[in-house]
Unconditional design. Structure first.
Length: 116
């Protein structure tokens, strides 16, 4: 089983930056993909970015060129560097981990608010 703890959310002005962290405990080597989803009020949860164990990355079109996902295997942690934030990036961001057996784990969510 994998447990995820997120940190790094907060309030920032448009154009600013934040870095989210997601620390995994449990079986790190069993994780195939990690990443972030987000959910804004009244909207469906959407994939923001993902990274595989071999560091292949994928991004939503809306964040390409602004967000960067990375992983540190020595710390069992995935990061989401968010630059040039826009008010439409405001949401609760959820870390996820997908294991090779297709079991999924979720973090508790962290609020990101971007003021105009």
């Amino acid at each position: 089983q994998v447990q995820l703890v997120e940190s790094g959310g907060g309030l920032v002005q448009a154009g600013g930056s934040l870095r989210l962290s997601c620390a995994a405990s449990g079986s790190w080597l069993s994780i195939k993909t990690m990443g972030w989803y987000r959910q804004a009020p009244g909207k469906q949860r959407e994939l923001v970015a993902g990274i595989t164990a071999t560091r292949i990355t994928d991004y939503a079109d809306s964040v390409k060129g602004r967000f960067t996902i990375s992983r540190d295997n020595t710390k069992n942690t995935v990061y989401l560097q968010m630059n040039d934030l826009k008010p439409e990036d405001t949401a609760v961001y959820y870390c996820y981990a997908l294991r090779y057996n297709d079991a999924a784990s979720w973090g508790q969510g962290t609020q990101v608010t971007v003021s105009s």
